[in-house]
Design a binder for this molecule. Structure first.
Ligand code: FAD
Length: 493
């Protein structure tokens, strides 16, 4: 008898699980509270401008790369132009102080060594590690849960070149590692590339993927990307129910048996997979039952990364301008307990589909605490006022950096961590999953809960820090595990 799989959430994890489940002979229904696929991987349209809420760079954009193959399995990236940048970011620290983060590692190394000769040794260590990393294939297609002892020797062999790099960079945070850099501007600049709480290996892997052109931007952006995955799911016979907010996972005799919706209706199935946010699933949908201490403690002890995004629709062609700039602010901007000394601006005119002809979108990102906006949101006027104030500060910086935009800003959009939470239920509007301290040792949130059968959790929180590729992979892995339990060979094509 065909088993029925119920999936909560049509983010990339839920869609990926849905696709692999359909392909392996399960009957699949996804329930999504929003009216669109993608979850955090989304975009919204205002007066002809597309404000992209997610992708800055996507691992797996290079044809033939490991993640590229996995993206193609779920219907993404096969017929889309990939936009790679020669310069990942320009960091402008004041008059005469500019660092270009070139995607090409040789160019980057030369540029940095020329500018900061006293830091040559550490620059070469970083670029050398990234070069080595760019040549390595990490085993990822098979879930750890299915490893057999005979998988280990070939795996160790593939991983061998990685051990040296991992040994040097995986147990230290970016912030800690950068302390050895002598030049304060270089230290500041390298600390702007990704959040400095992550392990240094995360920065190495970003530099490596940029170098091998495997971290590009799919033309059309996040929503179009998510829609291509949704299309594959529907083609394979899956069903999606939009505007279907689950309020409880139904349990009978320690087995998940179905879902309860806010309109009071219920649906039953053989397997329940939550691809919705873990905190929401654990504390709301499961009523805090069957949780492990690790889940509870992680939400108390581990930090997450949250930001505000201000997007501007501008009646001005910025295609000849820099694509990504971090500008040093004359005056720090504090949002809750997060201070911003720089404002990161992305000029999205590299993708002509995101704005009407001759016009441009510029997006600013600032760190912010979630609580700051959550408290403000209790008073709509104050919330709006703070959003307007922030937008004005961004406009000032954009007009300063791109003078041709002066007086030509047509549309303003501010998405706070509170906005992200409201639209997707993501815990505290988090950008990705927790920032796990690099010295925390092995950290793994299991996809199953003790004493609860037929229930599985996937998505970014079971593979921190995840991001889109990691989240997609949790969906595939889940179905591989389910197939193995049902004694079926896993089909991926
Ligand atoms: C601003 C921002 C920028 C980012 N940039 C990048 C980037 O450049 N590259 C990258 O790789 N990653 C990026 N990420 C991270 C990436 O978006 C996430 O890691 C990934 O999208 C998580 O996918 P997911 O499927 O696990 O969860 P989600 O996308 O959160 O999907 C969960 C889905 O479940 C639905 N849902 C929740 N509760 C319910 C309920 N009760 N009933 C029904 N449906 C429900 C939600 O609406 C949502 O659709 C970014 C994230 C943010 C916020």
């Amino acid at each position: 008898m065909t088993k029925k799989v119920l999936i909560i959430g049509a983010g990339v994890a839920g869609l990926s699980a849905g696709i692999h489940a359909c392909r392996n002979g399960y009957e699949v229904e996804i329930f999504e509270m929003h009216n669109l696929p993608g979850g955090l991987c989304s975009a919204w349209e205002k007066k002809g401008y597309i404000f992209d809420g997610c992708i800055h760079y996507l691992f797996g954009t290079k044809p033939g790369s490991q993640f590229n193959r996995l993206w193609r399995e779920v219907g993404a990236l096969s017929d889309v132009e990939i936009i790679n940048q020669d310069i990942f970011m320009n960091i402008e620290g004041g008059p005469g102080k500019v660092v270009h983060i070139y995607s090409d590692l040789d160019r980057l190394e030369k540029h940095l060594v020329e500018q900061f000769p006293e830091d040559e040794a550490v620059i070469r260590k970083i670029t050398g590690a990234a070069r080595a990393f760019s040549k390595i294939k990490t085993p990822m297609e098979k879930p750890e849960e299915l490893y057999k002892f005979w998988d280990l020797p070939p795996m160790l062999l593939t991983m061998m070149p990685l051990f040296k790099v991992m040994g040097q960079f995986s147990r230290v945070s970016i912030a800690e590692y950068l302390k050895q850099i002598k030049d304060p501007f270089l230290k500041e600049a390298l600390g702007l590339l990704i959040p400095t709480g992550y392990s240094m290996i995360s920065l190495i892997s970003v530099l490596a993927s940029l170098h091998s052109r495997d971290a590009g931007f799919p033309q059309g952006g996040s929503l179009k990307f998510a829609q291509s995955i949704e299309r594959r799911f529907l083609e394979l016979g899956g069903r999606i129910n939009y505007r279907s907010r689950v309020i409880e996972i139904l349990i009978e005799n320690s087995r998940a048996v179905g879902l309860l919706f806010e309109d009071g209706t219920e649906v039953t199935g053989d397997i329940v997979i939550s691809a919705a946010d873990l905190h929401h699933t654990a504390f709301k949908l499961l009523r805090s039952k069957n949780l492990t201490p690790l889940i509870k403690e992680s939400f108390v002890n581990l930090p997450t990364y949250t930001s505000v995004q201000v997007s501007l629709g501008i009646d001005c062609d910025l295609s000849g301008e820099a694509k990504s700039v971090a500008v040093k602010l004359d005056k720090q901007i504090a949002l809750g307990n997060k201070q911003n000394n720089y404002m990161c601006l992305t000029n999205l005119s590299f993708d002509s589909t995101l704005a009407p002809a001759g016009k441009s979108v510029v997006r600013a990102i600032l760190f912010s605490s979630y609580e700051y906006w959550e408290v403000l949101a209790k008073n709509k006027e104050r919330y709006r006022e703070k959003k307007d104030n922030l937008a004005n500060q961004v406009i000032k910086e954009v007009e300063k950096r791109f003078p041709s935009t002066k007086g030509r800003i047509e549309v303003i959009d501010v998405a706070t961590p509170y906005t992200y939470n409201r639209y997707t239920n993501v815990y505290k509007g988090a950008y990705m999953a927790w920032i796990v301290p690099p010295d925390a040792g092995r950290f793994k949130i299991p996809k199953e809960l003790p004493g609860l059968e037929n229930f599985y959790q996937i998505g970014q929180w079971v593979a921190p820090p995840a991001g889109l590729p990691g989240s997609m992979l949790t969906g595939r892995h889940m179905i591989q595990i389910i197939c193995s339990r049902d004694k079926k060979p896993f089909q991926n094509g």
